[in-house]
Design a protein around this ligand. Structure first.
Ligand SMILES: Nc1ncnc2c1ncn2[C@@H]1O[C@H](COP(=O)(O)OP(=O)(O)OP(=O)(O)O)[C@@H](O)[C@H]1O
Length: 326
């Protein structure tokens, strides 16, 4: 059964244009010119309880606007949203009690408070019953390895420690759904891996519905099975990661390093996918031309020093889609 239901949702913002120059900007103080920014247009999707979904798209695509509508901060201009049977903007408080939010770029922690006091504060805010509170604090402190920094004020914590603390706070009241906005941003690879493992674990163990926005394609590859992609306010893909890869490349890549930049590729079954000077990447379909023949063609006509074959990474696919749609 659907836990999140988004039907024909749109969101418009009224934008006031500022005139250039002194006199025009003085005039615009009196009579402001306005235009409409369509941030989200006719968006439809459903997410089941316990699903873990990546919500991706280039800058300005409409991700944050969607998340803000799901969390009840913004009211849609058109369409309907239900999260666990609640219309978020109508019942903001009830909706807030059931959700957790983590913003990678903004913290929900109080700079001068130690984490143990922060937990206490959230206990009161969410009216968490004593036994459940104790159990959850122990559970998250252990899983997120927070023991060593529980008594230090938040301002002294590293970026990775703060992110772990933010996650624990967002989960303390046992939300049914958690929105994660760039949860690994700025972290080193070890910290990123820990966060990704944690996200997968809580999704599995607690059956929490998770929606993750990210620009880090490794987050998707390592955490999510389903992708919803938005661009210019519209959904352009909704499906599994595996199908996404197949649909958007349907091919293999071969990268060759050449002695010079001169390159010949006169075979319609081969496409130049990426040109980086003496390094060229060629796209081909295995069904149309066997790998051995591709290698033969490339080495016959070009002075190849080195070559490697690979499947395109999700990063390359997504970059290709964003660039095509600019
Ligand atoms: N309050 C607002 N007033 C006017 N325009 C807005 C407002 N909030 C967002 N927008 C515009 O709506 C569009 C979608 O913005 P949104 O923040 O949802 O994008 P995003 O996909 O989250 O981008 P990013 O990856 O950069 O965070 C953008 O063009 C943005 O400038």
């Amino acid at each position: 059964m659907a836990f999140i239901e988004v039907k024909q949702v749109s969101k418009e913002f009224v934008v006031y244009n500022k005139a250039k120059g002194f006199l025009p900007s003085l005039k615009s103080l009196v009579r402001r010119e306005q235009s409409i920014k369509q941030a989200v247009q006719d968006v439809n999707f459903t997410i089941g309880q316990g699903e873990l979904v990546a919500y991706i798209g280039p800058n300005g695509a409409g991700k944050s606007t969607t998340i803000k509508m799901l969390s009840g901060i913004l009211q849609p201009t058109g369409g309907t949203i239900e999260v666990g049977g609640i219309v978020p903007y109508r019942e903001r408080r009830r909706n807030a009690m059931r959700m957790g939010v983590v913003f990678g770029q903004r913290s929900q922690l109080y700079w001068d408070l130690a984490m143990e006091d922060t937990f206490d504060l959230y206990k009161k805010m969410y009216k968490i019953e004593e036994r459940r509170y104790k159990h959850n604090v122990d559970f998250y402190v252990e899983l997120l390895e927070m023991q060593e920094f529980l008594t230090r004020p938040v301002r002294q914590l590293s970026l990775g420690q703060k992110m772990r603390a933010n996650l624990a706070v967002a989960l303390l009241h046992d939300p049914q759904v958690v929105y994660l906005d760039e949860p690994t941003i700025g972290l080193d690879i070890i910290a990123k891996t820990k966060i990704r493992t944690f996200i997968r674990e809580i999704n599995k163990e607690k059956n929490i519905t998770l929606m993750l926005t990210t620009h880090d394609m490794d987050d998707i590859e390592q955490i999510c099975n389903r992708i919803i992609m938005i661009d210019h306010g519209r959904i352009i893909y909704d499906g599994s990661l595996a199908a996404f890869k197949q649909e958007h490349t349907g091919g293999h890549l071969i990268t060759v390093d050449l002695e010079t930049e001169a390159f010949q590729l006169d075979d319609p079954r081969l496409t130049l996918y990426k040109d980086e000077g003496i390094r060229k990447t060629v796209l081909f379909q295995k069904e149309a031309i066997p790998v051995t023949e591709v290698i033969q063609k490339l080495t016959e006509k070009n002075r190849v020093i080195d070559l490697q074959i690979k499947e395109p990474s999700i990063e390359e696919i997504v970059k290709g889609i964003y660039e095509q749609r600019k």
